[in-house]
Design a protein around this ligand. Structure first.
Ligand SMILES: Nc1ncnc2c1ncn2[C@@H]1O[C@H](COP(=O)(O)OP(=O)(O)OP(=O)(O)O)[C@@H](O)[C@H]1O
Ligand SMILES: O=P(O)(O)OC[C@H]1O[C@H](OP(=O)(O)OP(=O)(O)O)[C@H](O)[C@@H]1O
Ligand SMILES: [Mg+2]
Length: 283
C-alpha cells in the first residue's frame, strides 16, 4: 500500500485535499482525522503538519508527501521534489521598515533577522557571506519589527497584504519561489509502479485544470493555418464533415488562451467553435 503524507493545516491543506479528491482518492471527512485508508486505490493517507512532512518522507516510513518547496528546503531533509503542483505559490523575501536597509544584501551585516524559516535564511546569508543573527519565530513574524525583536524579517509573501498592514516593504532580491510540490526520499525507488501511477493521476488533474478541449469546423483550405493556431499536444484530430470541403478539428488548448484562440480561429474562417472542460486525463 502506498503511504502518502498530506498537509493537515494551513495554506497547503485545503488545495492538496481538493487535488487528491479530483484525482479520485478518498479524503478525510473531518479535520481531526489523522490517517485514512483508501482501500479501492490501495493508498494510506497520513495528515501531518506541513513542516514535518519532509522529515517523515526522508525517514523512509512514508513513500511520498505533499508539502511546500520552501518547507522542504528549510527542513534540510533527505528528500527531493518530484512534481510541482501549481498551488500555494509564494515568494520568500526579506522585508523591513522603509529606510532601515537598502537593496544590497550586504546591508544585512550586523542586523537581526526574524523568520520561521531559519534553515533557508541561515544558508542564504552564509552563502552570500553575510554576518547577521537569525531569530526563530513560529509565525506572525511581521510583528517582530514593531516589537523590537529584529530589524529585518524573512517571510513568505503572496499578495503582500501582511507586509503592507505591518508597514513593511520588501528589500533585495527574492530568496526563493515556492509552490506545493510532491516529494520523495532522495534516490528512493520502492513502490515504483504505484508512485508513477499516483503522479500520473495528479498530472491528469493539472492538465484538466490548465487545458480545455476546443472543437471547430473550418474549410479544408484553411486547415494548416488553423492547426498552427491549435497545434494540440500530438497534433489535432481532423475529421471530414458531411459538407464537402469542410473539416472538423479537435485540439486541447491552454484554458487561459481559449478566448483569444477562438477569436483568431473565427478570423480565419472557423465556425461552430466550442470549448469544453476536461474533467480528467492521462497524457
Ligand atoms: N499566504 C500564502 N499564500 C500562498 N502560500 C502560502 C501562504 N502562506 C503560506 N504559504 C505556503 O504554505 C506553506 C506553509 O504552510 P504552513 O501550514 O506551515 O503555514 P501557513 O499556511 O502559513 O499556515 P499557519 O501558519 O496558519 O499554520 C509554505 O509552502 C508557504 O509558502
Ligand atoms: O502576502 P500575503 O498574501 O499577505 O501572504 C503572506 C502571509 O501569509 C502567511 O501568513 P499566515 O496568515 O499563515 O500567518 P503566519 O505568519 O502565522 O504563518 C505568511 O506567513 C505571510 O505572513
Ligand atoms: Mg503561516
Amino acid at each position: 500500500m502506498l503511504r502518502i503524507a498530506v498537509p493537515n493545516k494551513g495554506s497547503l491543506s485545503g488545495p492538496a485535499a481538493d487535488m487528491l479528491h479530483e484525482a479520485g482518492y478518498q479524503q478525510r471527512r473531518e479535520s481531526k482525522e489523522l490517517r485514512i485508508v483508501d482501500p479501492a486505490n490501495d493508498v494510506e493517507f497520513f495528515y501531518l503538519r506541513p513542516r514535518d512532512i519532509a522529515i517523515y518522507v526522508a525517514s523512509g516510513q512514508l513513500d511520498i508527501g505533499i508539502t511546500g518547496r520552501d518547507l522542504l528546503i528549510d527542513s534540510g531533509a533527505n528528500a527531493e521534489e518530484i512534481l510541482p503542483l501549481g498551488f500555494a505559490r509564494s515568494t520568500f523575501r526579506f522585508a523591513t521598515k522603509p529606510g532601515t536597509v537598502g537593496d544590497d544584501l550586504a546591508d544585512l551585516n550586523g542586523k537581526t533577522v526574524a523568520t520561521s524559516y531559519e534553515g533557508i535564511v541561515a544558508k542564504h546569508l552564509a552563502d552570500n557571506g553575510i554576518d547577521a543573527s537569525v531569530v526563530h519565530l513560529d509565525g506572525a513574524v511581521e510583528t517582530a519589527i514593531q516589537l523590537g525583536v529584529a530589524q529585518v524579517i524573512a517571510d513568505v509573501v503572496e499578495t503582500g497584504t501582511s507586509l503592507r498592514n505591518a508597514g513593511l516593504e520588501v528589500v533585495g532580491e527574492p530568496i526563493m519561489k515556492s509552490e506545493a510540490v510532491v516529494i520523495r526520499r532522495t534516490g528512493a525507488d520502492g513502490e515504483e509502479t504505484k508512485v508513477q501511477q499516483f503522479l500520473r493521476r495528479l498530472q491528469g488533474v493539472l492538465v484538466a485544470r490548465t487545458y480545455v478541449m476546443m472543437d471547430y469546423d473550418i474549410r479544408a483550405e484553411h486547415l494548416e493555418a488553423a492547426v498552427a493556431i491549435t497545434p494540440g499536444l500530438e497534433g489535432p484530430t481532423v475529421s471530414p464533415l458531411h459538407n464537402e470541403g469542410w473539416v472538423a478539428v479537435r485540439a486541447m488548448v491552454p484554458a487561459e488562451d481559449a478566448q483569444r484562440i477562438m477569436d483568431d480561429l473565427y478570423d480565419i474562417g472557423a465556425r461552430a467553435i466550442l470549448t469544453t472542460a476536461i474533467h480528467a486525463c492521462r497524457l
